[in-house]
Design a protein around this ligand. Sequence first.
Ligand code: SAM
Length: 291
Amino acid sequence: MAEVADHYNASSSTYSEQYDESKILTSKEYPANYFRLKRIKERVQALGLTSIYELGIGDGSPLAAMAELGLRVGGSDLTEGMLGVAKAQFEAKGFDSSVLTLGDIQDRSTLTEAIAAGPYDAVMALGVLPHVRDEGVVIDNMSAFIEPGGTLFLQFRNSMMSLWSFNRLTMEFIEEELLKDQPQEVKDVVRAGLEPRLAMDKPPKREWDVNGPAYDEILAKFHNPFELADLVREHGFTDVRFHWYNYHVTPPMMAGELGQSFRTAGIAMEDTDTWRGMFLCSSGVIEATKA
Ligand SMILES: C[S@@+](CC[C@H](N)C(=O)[O-])C[C@H]1O[C@@H](n2cnc3c(N)ncnc32)[C@H](O)[C@@H]1O
């Protein structure tokens, strides 16, 4: 499996495009991260937060948006490439870039100084959990940045959408999660019955045109929202709630039949935060309070 850092070092120079509000309707890829950030900004304001720390800052756009809201911010990233782009963005916007450092969300020893500069009202990791080996360690490391009453924002790729995609991921979800404890005989019958009905050749691999490994070639896990919520609680958080984004109003393989309506209908559902998101959305953010 390719290195996570190589993928993000290779994508750092073009990463900011996804936060360009003027391209929401025209960008090649659905601007999912734009809507994720919009929702978090709304929550930050609703909760009256005054400071936030981010792990895995990427190009710095989400954290700069927090600084623009008037919050005290700090952040870190695994890669030199992303850190460089984030620092440049902070400097261009007149923010102090010395609050941005290298740091690995899975390795507390790389975060010691950053933790000492806290505590913050909130801590967030967006787009990072898919790439980690030990989620419990990550939640504990994030928790170190906040005090009891502080807020956690933790993004994840939603495995439950597999029940709406009717493709290879559906088969994997059913066999490996839903029927995990069933005897092989049961799994074999279900596989034989479902495989001919599912698009087993989908999803296709993502295309990538820069000199780095594609997203599919690095560790990029899905998480089950029920299990992740339990884990967050086990690691000292309460009041767990979900925010859903990146709505798919059809299974992804039918999106092309709707053309632009797929995007406009999806955008109309962003921010609705109902139970439908658990099935229609490819990603979610857990919000929780440190106990
Ligand atoms: C999908 S990007 C998201 C960036 C930003 N949070 C955003 O929402 O736009 C994931 C970022 O996490 C960083 N990353 C990956 N693994 C990490 C780790 N173990 N520790 C810290 N950052 C990591 C990558 O370098 C990349 O910048």
